[in-house]
Design a protein around this ligand. Structure first.
Ligand SMILES: [Zn+2]
Length: 222
């Protein structure tokens, strides 16, 4: 990852110093007092500036409504900031009839965006925990993944955030999270490493201590 990231930062510096950018549209953008968060029309104006930056005519009929559509898409792609991830796991069930084994939800599909290029990160997450009395509705694990995916991300942090939320709220005997994803900033630009998949994992508690359990977990992912 290191060469990719250093190249990315270098590109960014070049873009900032490029005198070819027409920033006239941006001058009217004043952050809302107190929040610093621009409103919808200000966000649309920023998208229009980006379209013009490519050399495209932003007033051409085909792209005229694009800023509106992009901002609407942003509401969905980055809607995770409005989700209380801890709250998703707050409703638990104690009546598990003595169930004392790993709970695993594998192949949870997700779409995220890298915080360095806003390029898609597309992949799947596998989430497991060893209950200590309390279990949670299984779909809630997928919703926790979704809550963190729909933010500006790096895969390493997303892996930690998913795992730590489960640890904090459910207080299980152990948590295991594996994420495998394709980063479009890497596969569609620069050295074009198609089909390169990045793997990250977080293992804690019994998943770290118990070799057999760990093997059982990774076997289940095959
Ligand atoms: Zn990136």
């Amino acid at each position: 990852m290191a060469p990719h990231e250093s190249a990315a930062l270098y590109d960014h510096d070049l873009e900032l110093s490029d005198e070819g950018i027409d920033a006239t549209d941006v001058h009217n953008i004043v952050p809302i007092k107190g929040t610093g968060q621009p409103n919808r029309s200000e966000a649309e104006a920023a998208v229009k500036t980006l379209i013009s930056y490519t050399g495209e005519n932003a007033d051409r009929s085909g792209v005229l409504e694009t800023p509106k559509r992009v901002v609407k898409a942003f509401d969905e792609w980055f809607g995770g900031y409005k989700i209380d991830a801890d709250g998703l796991l707050s409703k638990t069930f104690d009546e598990v009839e003595g169930y004392q084994d790993m709970v695993l939800l594998r192949d949870i599909p997700f779409h995220s965006h890298c915080e360095h290029h806003m390029a898609p990160i597309v992949g799947k997450a596998h989430v497991a925990y060893m209950p200590k009395g309390r279990v949670v509705g299984i779909s809630k694990l997928a919703r926790v993944v979704d809550a963190f995916a729909r933010r500006f991300q790096i895969q390493e942090r997303m892996t930690e955030e998913v795992a730590q939320t489960i640890e904090r709220v459910l207080e299980p005997a152990g948590v295991a999270v594996v994420i495998e994803a394709e980063h479009h900033c890497m596969t569609t630009r620069g050295i074009h490493t198609h089909d390169t998949v990045m793997h990250t994992k977080h293992l804690s508690g019994v998943f770290r201590e118990d070799t057999n359990l760990r093997r059982e977990f990774f076997d289940a992912l095959r």
